[in-house]
Design a protein. Structure first.
Length: 328
């Protein structure tokens, strides 16, 4: 073919688009994608829009130091920024740089989780209403994480076996947790109303939901089926940034966080309790009831029992059960 008639060479994708593409190939969550892109953009802007290939250890450490000193970010936030830079260099640019292994991660402070006692849990739950009340009861009754509850699908609630299957939890792991007896009827009644919303969406050809990985190609009709619907849907449609399709997503977790905060304030409790506090309380109260720590570990989905062990420290608060000589 003559050089004058040859088609123009394709324009290379922009760096941040390459980052998004690589993240999606690896099936990372949309939240990870958003955070990684944000940190990489900030890293580039911090160094005057220089290309990352032109930078090295000094620039990475300067950026991370800036976050800690000037930005006053937490250790976990600083480590997230470092993870984004590691992903950029290793996965996107294909650069195995020895200095990356020597960039020191910020040390996370070891803190005990906030736990509500049984009376405090009751005070909070009594002050929550509607869907948020049902979600909060599920968090305390099952030990689910906030996003695991928000992403729960209809097919993963097994009323016959009294269990909930949690798909793609933290670390990409599946696990099974219990379905409390007291929540069976309220959840079944809620799903009757939820089904009506689904049928309305179906009549508008708007019942499609997001399916993970390549399931949408493997099962073309699954995205429109009742079984795959989110138990707790959003109140409106939104555009999926990954594919540009408009559909109903799961509920925004911030709505439950706000409802919980309001309930905590109304209850008069001074502890800084969040939806995740209900998970901590679930674990602590199971241990108080004499359940084996390995059982609790499995229900929580912890990889290492040492993570679950922190709740034993909460149980031992107050001098590890020692009676003060002043009280004697």
């Amino acid at each position: 073919m003559d050089s004058e008639t040859a088609p123009p060479a394709p324009t290379p994708a922009k760096l941040l688009d390459q980052v998004r593409d690589k993240i999606r190939v690896k099936h990372y969550s949309i939240r990870t994608e958003t955070q990684y892109v944000q940190w990489i953009r900030r890293f580039i802007l911090f160094h005057g829009k220089r290309h990352p290939k032109e930078m090295g250890a000094a620039e990475a450490e300067a950026f991370l130091t800036h976050l800690a000193v000037d930005g006053n970010v937490s250790a976990s936030t600083q480590n997230q920024a470092l993870s984004a830079l590691l992903f950029l260099y290793r996965e996107v640019l294909g650069m195995e740089l020895p200095w990356l292994d020597h960039v020191v991660r910020a040390k996370k402070p070891q803190r005990l989780p906030t736990v509500l006692n049984r009376e405090e849990v009751s005070l909070v739950l009594e002050r929550m209403e509607g869907t948020y009340s049902l979600m909060a009861h599920l968090l305390y009754g099952t030990g689910m994480r906030l996003m695991e509850c928000c992403r729960l699908r209809v097919k993963d609630v097994d009323f016959r076996q009294r269990e909930i299957l949690i798909r793609d939890g933290k670390g990409g792991k599946d696990r099974v947790t219990l379905l409390p007896e007291t929540l069976i009827k309220p959840l079944q009644e809620y799903l009757v109303k939820r089904r009506r919303l689904y049928e309305d969406d179906l009549s508008k050809a708007m019942a499609e939901v997001y399916l993970p990985d390549a399931l949408a190609r493997k099962y073309p009709n699954a995205a429109h089926e009742w079984a795959w619907q989110y138990v707790f849907p959003s109140g409106s449609y939104s555009v999926d940034p990954r594919c540009g399709r408009e559909r109903r997503h799961h509920i925004d977790e911030k709505l439950l966080q706000r409802a919980m905060k309001k309930a905590v304030n109304l209850s008069g409790i001074t502890k800084l309790a969040t939806p995740h506090t209900l998970r901590h309380s679930f674990a602590t109260h199971l241990l108080e009831n004499g359940y084996d720590i390995r059982t609790v570990q499995e229900l929580l989905g912890h990889s290492d029992v040492s993570t679950t062990m922190i709740y034993t420290h909460v149980l031992n608060k107050g001098g590890r059960g020692v009676v003060s000589p002043l009280d004697r």
